[in-house]
Write a protein that binds this ligand. Structure first.
Ligand SMILES: Nc1ncnc2c1ncn2[C@@H]1O[C@H](COP(=O)(O)OP(=O)(O)OP(=O)(O)O)[C@@H](O)[C@H]1O
Ligand SMILES: [Mg+2]
Length: 320
């Protein structure tokens, strides 16, 4: 996987995120003063990467032994976190390091109660460990944790930098590419470098990175977009769902009928008769020539209503 192969090992190789990178360099210069850190920002922009670079540069060659990577959205939740932290923090390191580092990814997936317990854990072990919490949405992190951390806000990456980075990978891999195709990848992924590199690699597998191959690859993930729209609708986020739908139809150019087809595939997985019945009804309305925009918006509203009625569990669905 190119995403892993091209994950920067050193902070100097990170693309963009200048503000974050500069502050991290200051921490590396004076590690004893390092507070707990909280990284927030969109997917695929370097949060985990920078956390790992920091651990590597602070802790030296044995960094692996002294870094614990956890995922907070793991089913076993806060108890698992507490146990693992306890085990990890128990043994004082023989190596000459200022502290051990615990990277806790997807901290915003924890409930407020779990976060309160996490705060206790952070305090209990603060003499020997430092936490780097990672989240997508800062607003989902409880205030007492926010106030105990220094917060770093990550941004979506800049167009020119993404394109330069993708071009460099192509050159390194000996893959032919068109600049226009790289621009199309950027437009589609909106500054998510992980997603960009994945599309790049998939397009390269089809021969070379040109517009037509990029389109083929992006077409595949229309399914994922439809899934996201359904998920938003079912969790009651009607306007967000409708905006994404409009984007899918206008920008990504899929047809209303294709949307219904993909939605039908998605609903087979959810297997809820009420949703299938709603879909069939709107499929019929479109077939007899009703106004597509209005009908699809109404379909999403209907999904939102049903989602509430059946108490749809979005977080479980999103992980599938
Ligand atoms: N700023 C960056 N500089 C260089 N490479 C990057 C950067 N951001 C992302 N990448 C590439 O994308 C991959 C994923 O990045 P990373 O794991 O850091 O994302 P993230 O911000 O933690 O995303 P998520 O919120 O989804 O966990 C990396 O392996 C690397 O190849
Ligand atoms: Mg990450």
């Amino acid at each position: 996987m190119w995403v892993e192969k091209y994950r920067p090992k050193r902070i100097d190789d990170v693309v963009d995120q200048e503000e974050v990178v500069n502050s991290i360099k200051n921490i590396i210069k004076d590690p004893d003063e390092m507070p707990h850190l909280l990284f927030a920002g969109p997917a695929g922009v370097g949060k985990t990467t920078i956390a790992l670079c920091l651990a590597r540069e602070l802790l030296g060659e044995n960094w692996r032994d002294n870094t614990l990577e956890l995922n907070a959205s793991d089913e076993r939740g806060i108890n698992m976190v507490r146990e693992k932290v306890k085990m990890f923090a128990r043994f004082t390191s023989m190596q000459n390091i200022p502290f051990k580092i615990i990277i806790l990814d997807e901290a915003d997936e924890m409930t407020a109660d779990a976060q309160t317990a996490l705060r206790r854990v952070m305090e209990d072990y603060s003499r020997t460990t430092r936490f780097i919490l990672i989240c997508n949405y800062l607003s989902q992190i409880i205030e007492p944790i926010q106030s105990r951390c220094v917060i770093f806000k990550f941004k979506a990456l800049e167009k020119d930098d993404v394109i330069k980075h993708l071009a460099k990978i192509c050159e390194n891999e000996g893959v032919k590419y068109d600049k226009k195709a790289l621009e199309e990848i950027y437009e589609f992924t909106e500054g998510d470098l992980r997603h960009s590199i994945n599309i790049l690699q998939a397009a390269a597998n089809l021969g070379h990175v040109n517009s037509s191959n990029v389109k083929k690859v992006i077409g595949v993930s229309d399914k994922k977009r439809v899934k996201d729209i359904i998920s938003l609708a079912l969790s009651g986020k009607f306007s967000e769902a409708r905006n994404k739908l409009v984007e899918l139809l206008r920008i990504h150019g899929i047809s209303e009928r294709d949307f219904l087809k993909l939605a039908n595939e998605e609903l087979q997985e959810i297997n809820e008769p009420k949703l299938l019945a709603a879909l069939a009804e709107y499929d019929y309305r479109l077939a007899i020539g009703a106004h597509p925009d209005i009908q699809l918006a109404a379909l999403l509203a209907e999904f939102a209503r049903i989602g509430k009625e059946i108490r749809f569990d979005t977080s479980k669905y999103n992980k599938k």
